[in-house]
Design a binder for this molecule. Sequence first.
Ligand code: FAD
Ligand code: NAD
Length: 503
Amino acid sequence: MGLANLARRKGSVLFSSENLIRYTFSLRSTRGFASGSDENDVVILGGGPGGYVAAIKASQLGFKTTCIEKRGTLGGTCLNVGCIPSKALLHSSHMYHEAIHSFANHGVKVSNVEIDLSAMMAQKDKAVSNLTRGIEGLFKKNKVNYVKGYGKFLSPSEISVETIEGENTVVKGKHIIIATGSDVKSLPGVTIDEKKIVSSTGALALTEIPKRLVVIGAGYIGLEMGSVWGRIGSEVTVVEFASEIVPTMDGEIRKQFQRSLEKQGMKFKLKTKVVGVDTSGDGVKLTVEPAAGGEQTTIEADVVLVSAGRTPFTSGLNLDKIGVETDKIGRILVNERFATNVSGVYAIGDVIPGPMLAHKAEEDGVACVEYLAGKVGHVDYDKVPGVVYTNPEVASVGKTEEQVKALGVEYRVGKFPFMANSRAKAIDNAEGLVKILAEKETDKILGVHIMAPNAGELIHEAAIALQYDASSEDIARVCHAHPTMSEAIKEAAMATYDKPIHI
Ligand SMILES: Cc1cc2nc3c(=O)[nH]c(=O)nc-3n(C[C@H](O)[C@H](O)[C@H](O)COP(=O)(O)OP(=O)(O)OC[C@H]3O[C@@H](n4cnc5c(N)ncnc54)[C@H](O)[C@@H]3O)c2cc1C
Ligand SMILES: NC(=O)c1ccc[n+]([C@@H]2O[C@H](COP(=O)([O-])OP(=O)(O)OC[C@H]3O[C@@H](n4cnc5c(N)ncnc54)[C@H](O)[C@@H]3O)[C@@H](O)[C@H]2O)c1
């Protein structure tokens, strides 16, 4: 087993000796690359996780780099109105929920547990401003020029910027990377006013707890933000067009996940579409009907969250003028080096095809500038972990069972429930399981799916295993500390190729 793995790893794209040699040579050749002229080596349009990480990396590689961001703060959707504020609210609302529902089981008595919504929002805002200012500090440390303003193409090597002070300037670059991210996808006939009908941005800043919250779309945003408001008192109904929640998730995990959310009070109307919205009264009346057509019914809400996906943001960039190709849904088309069809113009992150995730955007950014420096960038979209940060969290990496079946690969499944994990029992939080899929013939891991309170942390062992083409036996033979939730991964791995011990 060990030798077989070593051989596999020697052949891995990341660490082959040939690549290492190329990497070392290119490192030497790009040092001191920055020219003294006004022209930049690299200009990055957008300062989100894709753009700011690409900018820092480019500067570290010796490129003279400028990042243009219109928002006035760095960090993009993720830090300002996405990952960070949502996780802050998820944590605060979880603490409240635990105080009410779990503390007593542990002998901790509390009375008069109350929500102070403005304090909760202030804590979230503090987290956001600390982190966004931190990125400005990183720009200074890494000598990235930062231009605050709206940029658009004048030519493939020139960006005209209207600064937030209202001045106009032109930024020139040998290479221009588009990292303008994504925006909320609107639904026909549903106008977002960020008061009664909100996008995720409005849902992160409500000033009152809505009595009835209707969520359109049972994806990442709907379930996370639905959890936040549901935990602190809203009645949450989720309307989903598809026949299941988070359609991209492994089916078996998804079913257990839905049951868990239902136990917490979330209601689901699956295979249902919204066909009309009336905001004329105090609240909102939504007219819905079965996705396949049929009898219409009305749902009443105080606030409606539209979370039916996001769309690439390229508005006002003048892409037509310079001839950058996009697909039918507006994503910029790039090759494996993130180059568009226009020489010198590249694109990364949410604005190109692939999972719309912050860590994927970051990987794109690093790989894109490594290619520019003559190195070998590497992003494998099949191995990008995904996490829904509810409670329990659901995390996965690699293929779902449905995808493996569709590929016609013969496979084995190993599962281990947290009910049989000592740490989970010790802390009285034993909901969920680990599920591993491995190729039958070689035992190579194809996908790992975890539902657990800390699944988003646990998944990285699996991500590393997938990246190194590990077998389930490889994981099972690694000594895991006791008592930890990670032992459930080891046991699920044992169940994949042989038998687990503790069940
Ligand atoms: C509520 C919510 C929660 C999320 N939670 C998670 C999570 O937990 N984990 C996760 O991985 N992902 C999460 N995401 C997704 C994540 O935010 C995105 O995948 C990520 O931000 C994409 O990074 P990006 O750099 O491609 O684009 P963005 O972060 O969207 O950044 C693009 C930036 O470009 C700027 N820009 C656009 N056009 C111009 C222009 N013409 N000139 C100058 N600047 C411009 C924008 O102002 C923006 O700041 C969440 C998203 C939302 C909405
Ligand atoms: N934890 C995270 O990593 C995280 C958190 C939030 C957002 N995100 C990212 O942001 C993106 C956008 O999030 P999202 O939740 O808006 O999108 P999503 O793609 O995750 O889910 C959208 C859901 O809406 C449903 N839908 C689409 N049209 C509909 C309609 N007309 N009526 C009812 N349902 C409809 C879809 O079937 C799907 O289930 C995600 O793709 C994700 O990549 C990630």
